[in-house]
Design a protein around this ligand. Structure first.
Ligand SMILES: NC(=O)c1ccc[n+]([C@@H]2O[C@H](COP(=O)([O-])OP(=O)(O)OC[C@H]3O[C@@H](n4cnc5c(N)ncnc54)[C@H](OP(=O)(O)O)[C@@H]3O)[C@@H](O)[C@H]2O)c1
Length: 289
């Protein structure tokens, strides 16, 4: 099988690439890693997913039959003033890849976000609950889900949240940098979610790729915390003596409005018996180990 990973230089794409290179994961060894599969890794400079013709011709030329789409416009605040650009990548780009897999009879794994929900429910969301994104990023990602599911019948959308990994920029690295540079920071303590390690998500993407189920899947680490609690745990595990202070969303205004409680229940992965996501604290420990 010929497999394409888009956004391969990003946080998640690079973790998937590492799994294919090492042919194993710390959570188990899905058979997709042991087969004689050929992997194509691309990022924006090699294959711009917004170029539909280029995507089709790449997939045809390389005989791709499975795509892990890790490419995205991920700057939540900037998306508020660049919604058109975000839409091109998160919605149209996602759809272009779906179309290519429909044409070739392939499977398509698209990664999406907890920010498709408004967080008003105050309890965990399951896959079938109605979406109502608060900001441009969430809106464009939701459009990407809808367009992809319509364009390719063999699409699995995996919604994740608060992602961190070894490569790329993320909240974890910002916390470490600010604690080192300034000796501390203020962090919002009234937004709840589930920090998710790319190791856990990439493993479940491999598991789902081997199966035939389609539609939306929630895919986050277990457990719930606030950004403040996440920051405190990061500083503790990094061995940093920093002053981290809790604040409210009101006290820390950002261009994008974020959901107050965007916890996802991995209901479908659990129903399939393949939910091996670790508790967020355990996964974070593993990151530092
Ligand atoms: N990060 C989070 O907290 C979070 C939370 C929930 C869901 N997600 C979702 O998880 C997925 C992976 O996120 P991530 O954090 O790994 O993202 P990331 O680190 O920002 O990586 C995204 C990659 O996509 C590339 N890209 C951007 N535009 C492209 C284009 N037109 N064609 C091809 N590649 C393009 C980027 O390249 P450049 O760097 O050159 O632009 C980057 O390498 C995304 O779908 C994201 O929406 C992320």
């Amino acid at each position: 099988m010929n497999i394409l990973v888009t956004g391969a230089k990003g946080q998640l794409g690079s973790q998937l690439a590492r799994y294919f290179q090492e042919k194993r994961t710390p959570l188990g060894t899905p058979s997709i890693l042991t087969e004689e599969n050929k992997l194509y890794l691309t990022d924006a400079d090699e294959l711009d997913i917004t170029d539909g013709a280029a995507v089709l011709s790449f997939c045809k030329g390389k005989e791709i039959s499975l795509i892990f789409n890790c490419a995205a416009y991920t700057n939540v605040n900037k998306a508020e003033s660049e919604e058109e650009i975000a839409y091109k990548i998160n919605a149209q780009g996602a759809e272009n890849l779906a179309r290519a897999m429909q044409e070739r009879g392939g499977r398509y794994i698209l990664v999406s976000t907890d920010y498709v929900f408004d967080g008003e429910k105050g309890a965990a969301y399951t896959e079938e609950e109605a979406c109502s994104p608060l900001g441009a990023y969430g809106r464009t990602k939701r459009e990407g889900e809808i367009l992809s599911l319509a364009a390719c019948k063999n699409t699995a959308v995996m919604r994740t949240a608060w992602l961190y990994g070894r490569e790329g920029n993320n909240f974890l690295k910002t916390v470490i940098r600010l604690c080192e540079e300034r000796g501390g920071m203020r962090v919002v303590n009234d937004q709840f979610g589930s920090p998710t390690f790319t190791e856990d998500l990439a493993y479940h993407m491999l598991l789902l790729a081997e199966r035939t189920e389609t539609g939306v899947f929630h895919a986050t680490c277990e457990g719930v915390c606030t950004w403040y609690e996440f920051a405190c745990e990061i500083a503790r595990l990094a061995g940093l003596k920093a002053e981290i202070l809790p604040c409210t969303t009101e006290e820390y205004p950002t261009p994008a409005k974020r959901p107050a409680y965007s916890v996802l229940e991995n209901a479908r992965l659990k129903a399939l018996g393949i939910n091996r996501f670790r508790d967020w604290r355990e996964a974070l420990k593993r990151y530092f180990a």
